[in-house]
Design a protein around this ligand. Sequence first.
Ligand code: PEP
Ligand code: MG
Length: 536
Amino acid sequence: MSRTTELRWRGTVASRGLALGPVVVGRSAQEAVRPQGSPDEEWWALTDAVERTRQRLQGLAETADEMAAEVLEVQLAILDDDGLLDPAKEAIDGSIPAERAWGEVLGDLIADYEAEEDEYFRARAVDLKDLRDSVLAALNGPDDVPMAAEGSTAILVDRELTPSRFLEIDWTRFRGAALTGGSPTSHVAMLARSRGIPLLVGLDGDPSALPQAVEAVLDAESGWLVLMPEDATLAAFHRTAAARTREAEEQAAHLARPAKTAAGRPITVMVNVDDPRVVGTLDPGHCDGIGLTRTEFLFTGPALPDEEAQYCAYAALLQWAAGRPVTIRTLDAGGDKPIAGLTPEGETNTFLGVRGIRLSLARPDVFRVQLRALARAAAVGPLKVMCPMVTQPEEIAQVRALFAQVVADLQADGTPCAVPQLGMMVEVPAAALRAEEFSVDFYSIGSNDLVQYVTATARDNGALARLHNPRDPAVLELIGRVVKAGAAADREVSVCGDMAAEPELLPILLALGVSAVSVAPAALARVKATIARCDG
Ligand code: PEP
Ligand code: MG
């Protein structure tokens, strides 16, 4: 294709960076509806999708822990039921498409399970819904996770990406992504920033008409996806990319040094962990520990993680940190991080719903497992535990009481454990206004949610991105208040929301008195370099 026909699509920068490579059009951007074939073709499509799902589940079961394997075995047993597909075959012979036939078979089965008296069977309905969706996804494509060749420099172009889909993608095979949907403040944008993956959202083109493998420049600085770039565009890309490489090298020189401002004020710089694989490539000597661990990464499988799986994950982070403090946040399910089978269904506003610590306190059976794992991990190294979405002092009092109970139980069994420091995320305005009233050992300001709640703008709504402003004086006033409350009570105040990693916003935080931040590993060098340039 001639380079004179360059096509430019505008987008909003969600994660800064540049990329050049062939486009991979994701499945959600391709023709969504599979054309219906003859009854024989529909039957073949369904049995093939069931078989591929069976193989996928078997593969997952081989590496899953005991609880996850149990759920997968239930799903496999259902797929192995000889009579399962009989009603689907009948429907397909009556000219019903495979998707509808399968949906109806599973729909009936789900209704039967939901009507059961026994709670165990009712709970299995969730696994059946998962199974239904897995086969439907398989029917709609041979592989629902976008894939590029090893060593590729591909750019993913799609409509939407959910956080779980984002985590499934092997990003070593992509240099960046551009989405027609999405928002720069969404969870997916945050995940992209934490890995340094350039991302544009709100793209104004139609990827469904885009041929696979067409060459593109992703300019996630100025906000353009340029398809079939002209020579002048390619030359400009190479110039900017070379300048960014030089800057990155300069910033990397700060990595191994403790962070301090130009005036010599020391600043604690920790990292945010939302996927332990990311710290595997990071030298712990380049940071002052972990300031936020998003434990949601443990809750992505088909079953909830058991105590042992959680303990091992937490202990591994403490071992990696080699004596530096590790802050682990209790489960923050809900809002933009739903967990099937755990977060309530049907809430009209999930951001204002039963999420974070509210959900943990409502589900002590699930919370206790996490607290036991944390109490055991506290015996391994300097663990700090913090709770998300705290609104009232009473919630912290309840967590302390539960922790004390869990520790007493573990001690009675002779299991090594300890009571870790307990802190809170300050991300609800009501908590920021009365921070001093909470019985905590430290505060960590979650600016992503604080901005959302102060400005009444959902963080995943791209249309409100301009109002979702971390510089809003009301947001800065609340951050200043928490810093003062911390100083008065001699409690550490850190900022772990994304604003701490922004070169234009970090100086404002330092001027407000913040002297500890926690940022995405990919931002560490840039943040340390920015601090070194700050006065005061
Ligand atoms: C925040 O809200 O700023 C935060 C760090 O937590 P999360 O983005 O995971 O909600
Ligand atoms: Mg938050």
